[in-house]
Design a protein around this ligand. Structure first.
Ligand SMILES: Cc1cc2nc3c(=O)[nH]c(=O)nc-3n(C[C@H](O)[C@H](O)[C@H](O)COP(=O)(O)OP(=O)(O)OC[C@H]3O[C@@H](n4cnc5c(N)ncnc54)[C@H](O)[C@@H]3O)c2cc1C
Length: 458
């Protein structure tokens, strides 16, 4: 441990969720907002990155050998108005913490939910804002940042600024989706959403080709709140892009427990080799595709929690990929050519024989994300994991990146480990405007790799 006038630092190893990068950092573990803000003022020799709960798959939240501000100790609620749904909390509070307090089955109508819920609730409010995360209702309610009313931002010059749409509005727009590079979010005020109940009605529909996904999507997005499809990434030819389309909406009258804060089962150790491989993926996909029986359709009622956060049921599921870890790829491509481009992406993946069971295809709608570097834009988004097989996987990822950039799309920083600076600049036209809001103390392995910040720290 090193102690200076403003902070204590601990030499601590942090890793990406995909497990490909594991590196020591000089970590600061503040437990109060004033302490976190003060820690930022004294320069870090190799810059500093804010760290939420480490659920980003790649290197956005890492700064190997440099400073890291671990925000998990800032986990207090500050205010909640059950009449308006306005919640103010510290940046290290997780979405699971919020839901445990506000999504109450005994409350009239099931209480309040977060308007935007990504595939895991084990992320912090700071991380959700900094990646401007999205959920399965992006076509209706946009991204997380659309529901942030204000945030408190510490800068390394010692200022703590309130940022909102009416105060420091440009900095607010830069900080939504700003990847932790505009300063340290200390707290935020979120507008929660009242729902009719904690139950959801879900209809699953099997489809036998990518074209059919687009038909189902066209008929569903107007009437269903949450939509997404699972895809069999190894299917080829006339079965290319086959999968299961799921559409859900909130309903009243389904008995539901308050969400659990922690999973009940977990993967204690990584197996020596990845449990996810060509054989296991092919076998799983064949069974899963048939899970709806002869009718190919199923309507079910259940609690929202397992429906929205299936992976949260297993602690450290990422260890199943073995010691080499895995990459995740997520991109969005514009609507005009989405069918052809998604077909090209899935064709390249199926031909490579790589991929996993976890593949999600979904539509982003016209609700604009406000952040200068926000990922969501209108179009179709494909996300999937790839076990790390070394050069054959990174070559495939480079091929997918080229298809996306050529189509005018973009890759999601929260999931990325490989994107080039050129592809980042092509996908994010707000980059130049964003640079004027950078905090000079902030950096990350991602920010250096894609050229957002220019200094060359090891
Ligand atoms: C199972 C699973 C499912 C997922 N599903 C989705 C999904 O459906 N949609 C989606 O959009 N994402 C999804 N993600 C990705 C995840 O939501 C994001 O990566 C999220 O940002 C992680 O938040 P975190 O708190 O873990 O932050 P970290 O991963 O630790 O950090 C993320 C970014 O936030 C910055 N940051 C963290 N705290 C602060 C702060 N206080 N101030 C300033 N910057 C800060 C970091 O520097 C970094 O740039 C999923 C991830 C997993 C593991």
């Amino acid at each position: 441990m090193a102690v200076t006038a403003h902070r204590k630092t601990y030499s601590k190893t942090y890793s990406s969720w995909g497990g490909v990068l594991r590196a020591p950092h000089e970590a600061v573990l503040p437990t109060a907002r004033a302490e976190a803000a003060a820690a930022l003022v004294e320069p870090f020799p190799n810059g500093v990155v804010p760290y939420g709960n480490g659920r980003s798959y790649g290197d956005v939240g890492l700064n190997p050998l440099g400073g890291l501000l671990d925000m998990r100790g800032l986990d207090r609620f500050i205010a909640f108005d059950p009449e308006t749904g306005l919640m103010t909390c510290e940046a290290g509070v997780t979405l699971a913490d919020i839901l445990a307090v506000t999504a109450r089955p005994e409350a009239d109508g099931g209480g309040w939910l977060l308007p935007v819920m990504p595939g895991t609730r084990f992320i912090t409010v700071g991380g959700a804002i900094a990646n401007d995360v999205h959920g399965k209702n992006a076509h209706r309610l946009g991204s997380f940042g659309c529901h942030v009313e204000a945030l408190e931002l510490a800068r390394s010059d010692g200022r703590v600024l309130t940022c909102s749409r009416s105060e420091n509005a440009d900095l607010f727009r830069a900080t939504i989706g700003g990847l932790g590079l505009t300063g340290l979010i200390l707290s935020a005020t979120l507008r929660l959403r009242r729902v009719p109940g904690l139950g959801v009605e879900t209809e699953d529909i099997r489809f036998d080709h990518l074209d059919r996904f687009f038909d189902l999507d066209a008929e569903s997005t107007g009437t269903w709140e949450y939509t997404a499809a699972w895809i069999d990434c190894l299917a080829t030819g006339t079965a290319l892009g086959r999968g299961i389309y799921s559409r859900s909406r909130h309903v009243a009258g389904v008995a539901a427990q308050p969400p659990a804060r922690h999973p009940h089962i977990g993967v204690p150790l990584a197996p020596p080799i990845s449990a996810v491989n060509g054989l296991s993926v092919r076998a799983f996909n064949a069974l899963y595709w048939r899970k709806l029986g002869a009718s190919g359709r199923k309507l079910s009622l259940g609690a929202y929690e397992p429906a929205f956060f299936p992976l949260d049921a297993i602690d450290h599921w990422n260890r199943l990929y073995g010691p080499k870890g895995f990459f995740q790829f997520q991109a969005v491509v514009p609507p005009a050519d989405a069918k052809a481009v998604t077909g090209a992406l899935l064709g390249a993946i199926a031909t490579s024989g790589q991929g996993s069971m976890l593949v999600v295809l979904k539509r982003f709608g016209e609700v604009a994300s406000e952040g200068l570097l926000s990922f969501p834009m209108p179009g179709i988004s494909l996300a999937l994991d790839f076990p790390n097989r070394g050069a054959s996987t990174t070559t495939l990822l480079a091929r997918l990146e080229a298809i996306v950039v050529e189509a005018g799309g973009r890759i999601y920083p929260a999931k990325d480990f490989c994107m080039s600076a050129r592809s980042f600049a092509a996908g994010y036209p707000g980059l130049e405007a964003f640079r004027s809001h950078l905090d000079p103390a902030m950096t990350s392995a991602f920010a250096r790799r894609v050229g957002i910040v220019r200094e060359d720290i090891p």
